[in-house]
Design a protein around this ligand. Structure first.
Ligand code: ADP
Length: 202
C-alpha cells in the first residue's frame, strides 16, 4: 500500500519545519520528511540563482517548479511507492501562494502547466499566521521573500486556495484536504491538533 502524503504549508516563520520535525518523531517508523526546496541540492542552488539574477516572476516560478519536481521524483514519490509515509515542508500549493498572489501575479494557468502530475496529499495543514508575528520569530533572516506586505498577500492567496471555486472545470485545486490551524498558538497545542488529524489517516 502506498504511503500517506502529509503536507505543511504556510508563510515563512509559520512553524512548518517545527511541526514537520515533531510529527516525524511522533510517527516514528516508516516515515520520511522532505523539504521541497532543500531536500536535494537543486532547491538551494535555485535560491542562489534567484538572488544573483533576479529573473522575472515567470522564470522564478519555472525554477521553483524544477526544484519541486526534482524533490518529488527523487524523494517523495519513491518513498510513497514503497509504502513510506512522507511529511512535506511545502509541496504544491505554495507555488500558487507565492507566484500568483496580488503582488507577484503570475497566471495560475502558467503555474498549473509547469506543476502538473503530482499526487494529491492525504492531508494539507495550513499554518495560518499574521506575517507580523511570523517575522518577529525569524528576525535576522529577513530577505526579499520575508517582507510583511509580500507575506500578507501570500497568506491571502493560501486562504483563497483552501476554498476552491466549486464551478472550476478542473479539479486541480480540489482534494487538497486542507486543515487550517492557527499558527500563532503554542507549539504543543498545534502539535496535538496535527496528531489528532494525522491519526485519522494513518
Ligand atoms: P517555517 O519552517 O514555517 O519557516 P519554523 O518552524 O522554522 O518556521 O519556525 C520559525 C521560528 O519560530 C523558529 O525559531 C521556531 O522555533 C519558532 N516557532 C515555531 N512554531 C512556533 C510557535 N507555535 N510559537 C512560537 N514560536 C514558534
Amino acid at each position: 500500500m502506498a504511503g500517506k502524503l502529509i503536507v505543511f504549508e504556510g508563510i515563512d516563520g509559520s512553524g512548518k519545519s517545527t511541526q514537520v520535525d515533531l510529527l516525524f518523531q511522533q510517527i516514528g517508523s516508516r516515515v520520511d520528511k522532505s523539504k521541497t526546496f532543500s531536500s536535494t541540492g537543486l532547491g538551494s542552488r535555485v535560491e542562489v540563482i534567484l538572488k544573483d539574477l533576479k529573473p522575472t516572476r515567470e522564470v522564478e516560478a519555472l525554477l521553483f517548479a524544477a526544484a519541486r519536481l526534482h524533490t518529488y521524483k527523487k524523494v517523495i514519490k519513491p518513498n510513497l511507492n514503497i509504502g513510506t509515509n512522507v511529511i512535506c515542508d511545502r509541496y504544491l500549493m505554495d507555488a500558487f501562494a507565492y507566484s500568483c498572489n496580488s503582488i507577484t501575479r503570475v497566471l495560475e494557468g502558467f503555474v498549473m502547466n509547469i506543476n502538473s502530475d503530482y499526487r494529491k496529499p492525504d492531508i494539507t495543514f495550513l499554518l495560518d499566521i499574521d506575517p507580523e508575528v511570523s517575522l518577529d520569530r525569524i528576525q535576522g533572516t529577513k530577505d526579499h521573500y520575508e517582507k510583511v506586505d509580500f507575506l500578507r498577500s501570500v497568506r491571502e492567496k493560501y486562504l483563497e486556495l483552501t476554498e476552491p471555486d466549486p464551478d472550476d472545470w478542473s479539479d486541480y485545486f480540489k482534494g487538497q484536504n486542507w486543515v487550517i490551524l492557527d499558527g500563532s498558538k503554542p507549539v504543543n497545542v498545534i502539535q496535538s491538533l496535527v496528531w489528532e488529524e494525522v491519526q485519522k489517516i494513518l
